[in-house]
Design a protein around this ligand. Structure first.
Ligand code: NAI
Ligand code: MG
Length: 401
């Protein structure tokens, strides 16, 4: 079989350090691939006016599998100020490359698993009825619609002409905003299509069926946001009929965030639109250790990109020895292996990570609840590299057994 080519996009800041560890772990697992590194991120914005150069898009189109670290994004005006002199004033507008990638390749299915690792000191704990400490085991996979909804960028400040007129055609607009002049109004639209909604719902049910989950929870707000959430709920009820063994639960995003800490162990697969999926997945990630542990996949028909949820953490980027936790990136690489139909290899790596966490001898600063600084290494925290080494050592030991 020809070797798979993986497009690596380390990006900015800590993206580079965590990517290195993920690649070393993949190597140690015996995964054979060709890697091509692609340009993405802040330097390319500053020097070319495009954080996602066309050559990177081409590489992804050709090889179809991307492993992404993190990038630095800044607000429009700040970004414009950092452009190279020869690009200033030429109409370049900063756009986030990860959002660009999702839109360009229609990576509409975002998967964000949140699993408890035993022994992780950052695991959520609560008190039981008699004051005892409980550590519920979270095993949730969030399916987030990745391309539509409130993040699709169809928005206006001071909406003029036909947009304002169209709004006025709605009786609730007239009732609530009829007296407000357009220059006092900003509008962001929340558009759901049946096609994309069906794809994310089906992906969620299919994942539940194939992995033994007994419920799919739709986490939206259909009682209030009737057209979009309402459509999604109705479609979910239809699709559930094809999966009689799986229950459909319906929770509102606000209540779900409250229940998150009450009974997180009750949830399995969760499915939501773009923004609510973003919110609920961060909520669950907080229960299993936060950004150092939160991995994700962005999957389209042709192309798939795997990335940790965290950003480039610029304040830690220039440390002489990197201190950040590479586990979210390593877990993202495991999701890539699942996608490439190598689930046994992914499981092997996850077992190695689990052993390292359970043993508790090697912990990055976040796991030790330290404030990040170069000093943490002197106080017993493992570096990014040492965490990578520990996982690799465990992997190789398990191989020998
Ligand atoms: P961030 O995720 O980069 O960092 C927030 C804080 O979380 C860090 O200061 C650190 O304390 C902690 N943290 C993050 N990753 C960690 C790791 N692997 N191990 C241990 N601790 C970790 O978010 P922030 O500071 O809001 O954004 C920084 C830059 O990253 C911004 O320019 C932002 O636009 C960008 N960003 C990029 C994303 C991406 O590439 N997908 C996602 C989120 C933010
Ligand atoms: Mg988020």
């Amino acid at each position: 079989m020809p070797k798979q080519t993986i497009v690596t996009m380390p990006g900015d800041g800590i993206g580079r350090a965590v990517m290195q560890e993920a690649l070393r772990v993949l190597d140690a697992s015996g995964f054979e691939a060709n890697y091509v590194e692609a340009d993405i991120g802040w330097d390319f914005w500053c020097n070319e006016g495009n954080a996602l150069p066309d050559r990177t898009v081409k590489l992804l189109a050709e090889h179809q599998v991307g492993l992404f670290g993190a990038i630095t994004s800044k607000p429009k005006e700040e970004a414009a100020a950092e452009l190279a002199d020869h690009l200033k004033g030429k109409g370049y507008v900063y756009a986030s490359p990860i959002v660009g990638m999702r839109q360009h390749f229609n990576l509409d299915i975002c998967i964000r698993p949140c699993h408890t690792y035993k022994g992780n000191p950052l695991n959520f704990i609560r008190r039981g009825l008699h004051g005892e400490i409980e550590e519920p085991e979270v095993d949730v996979v969030v399916f987030r619609q990745n391309t539509e909804g409130l993040y699709c960028g169809v928005e206006w400040s001071n909406p003029l002409g036909i947009v304002y007129e169209a709004l006025k055609s709605h009786k609730n607009f007239v009732k609530n905003f009829g007296m407000v002049p357009p220059e006092e109004i900003a509008v962001s639209t929340r558009i759901f299509t049946r096609k994309a909604t069906e794809r994310i719902l089906r992906a969620a049910f299919e994942h539940a069926a194939q992995n033994g989950y007994r419920s799919v929870t739709l986490c939206e707000k259909p009682n209030v946001i009737r057209e979009t959430s309402g459509m999604m709920y109705n479609m979910a009820r239809q699709i559930q009929r094809e999966y009689p063994a799986i229950e459909l639960w319906n929770t509102n995003i606000d209540a779900q965030m409250m229940w998150l800490t009450k009974n997180p162990e009750d949830y399995g697969v969760i499915v939501a639109g773009n923004m609510f999926g973003d919110i609920v997945s961060d909520g669950f990630a907080g229960l299993i250790g936060g950004l150092g542990f939160a991995c994700s996949a962005n999957i389209g028909d042709q192309v798939a990109v795997f990335e940790p949820t965290h950003g480039s953490a610029p304040k830690y980027a220039d440390y002489p020895v990197s201190i950040v936790n590479p586990i979210a990136m390593i877990e993202s690489a495991c999701m890539m292996l699942d996608h490439l139909k190598q689930p046994e290899r992914a499981a092997k790596i996850r077992r190695a990570v689990a052993s390292v966490i359970a043993e508790g001898r090697v912990r990055t600063y976040d796991m030790l609840k330290m404030k990040g600084s170069p000093d943490v290494l002197r106080h017993g925290a493992a570096s990014t590299r040492e965490m990578g080494d520990a996982v690799i050592k465990e992997l190789l030991m398990n191989n020998e057994q």
